[in-house]
Design a protein around this ligand. Structure first.
Ligand code: F6R
Length: 272
């Protein structure tokens, strides 16, 4: 695992967007694993700009999202399909047929989990997996006690996650208490992965994930087992990491990553 600390959320996001741009340019066709959540909104905004201003090409790209709420149709503004269309897919040249999320409306959710795993396998596996971290320590919706070998399945959301995401449900819509999520094992199978964490509210859980013991109680700690994982954090999210100075030194001497450092302030792109 490599840890990169950026001065603020904006530069952390810019670095992540640059890395994804590099992945898309270096190795088409690419299979991307994608995440949702508030942290990722700025990443997708920057990818929209790369597409609009520099022609970043998504046409050879296939995507697999980490998760989807159970019981929300794609048309629901809180569904992750709606989020992805709104923040990214509707604005770039990706074929929607090549974009996948687990179907939280499936009649047989166990069968849906197996179908999703097969779909990922048939695509050749995930080249690059983008991840956020929840206050519960989840990646995707793998809540505490998720097995490190778990695969795509239904998961009950913990009180911490309900508290984190419920404010996003407006107009009296109740937040589902279940979601379909790629498993921790599915995520560990990705060839490369990147976890982005910003803000002081992630500081404690990020330190437990990066420097704490491997434990199913903190599913993100499983990333310590991943052979090619980078964690990008802003100063606030990194503030509880004991080794933050050492991580910075290691990063600064690694051209594999420093070539992606943002050099200019980001432009802005509205979702429209
Ligand atoms: C959602 C997902 C989650 C989020 C996490 C952080 O697809 O994978 O693990 O990344 O809950 O969410 P935010 O960014 O809203 O704090």
């Amino acid at each position: 695992m490599q840890v990169v600390i950026q001065p603020n959320a904006q530069s952390a996001v810019a670095l992540v967007a640059n890395i994804i741009e590099g992945v898309l340019r270096d190795r088409p066709p690419t299979v991307l694993g994608l995440a949702t959540g508030s942290t990722m909104e700025a990443v997708y905004a920057q990818l929209r700009i790369f597409h609009r201003d520099q022609g970043l090409d998504f046409s050879a790209c296939r995507t697999f999202n980490l998760d989807e709420y159970v019981g929300l149709p794609a048309s629901h503004p809180n569904s992750y399909r709606f989020y992805m269309n709104h923040h990214l897919f509707n604005h770039v040249n990706i074929d929607l047929q090549n974009t996948h999320l687990p179907d939280g409306m499936a009649a047989d959710l166990d069968a849906e989990g197996q179908r999703y795993e097969r779909l990922i396998d048939n695509a050749g596996g995930i080249d690059f997996q983008l991840l956020g971290i929840g206050r519960s320590g989840h990646i995707g919706f793998n809540e505490p006690l998720s097995a490190f070998h778990s695969r795509t399945r239904v998961e009950w959301l913990t009180p911490a996650t309900l508290e984190q995401n419920a404010p996003l449900f407006k107009n009296g819509t109740a937040m589902p208490h279940q979601a379909m999520t790629m498993g921790v094992g599915t995520i560990l199978d990705s060839r490369r992965c990147l976890l982005l964490a910003t803000g002081a509210e992630k500081a404690d859980i990020l330190a437990r994930a990066v420097e704490g013991p491997l434990t199913a109680m903190v599913p993100a700690s499983a990333l310590q087992l991943h052979a090619n994982c980078i964690v990008v954090a802003d100063e606030a999210a990194a503030s509880h990491l004991q080794g933050r100075k050492d991580y910075q030194l290691a990063f600064q001497s690694d051209p594999k990553w420093t070539r992606f450092l943002p050099s200019a302030p980001m432009a802005s792109a509205a979702c429209g």
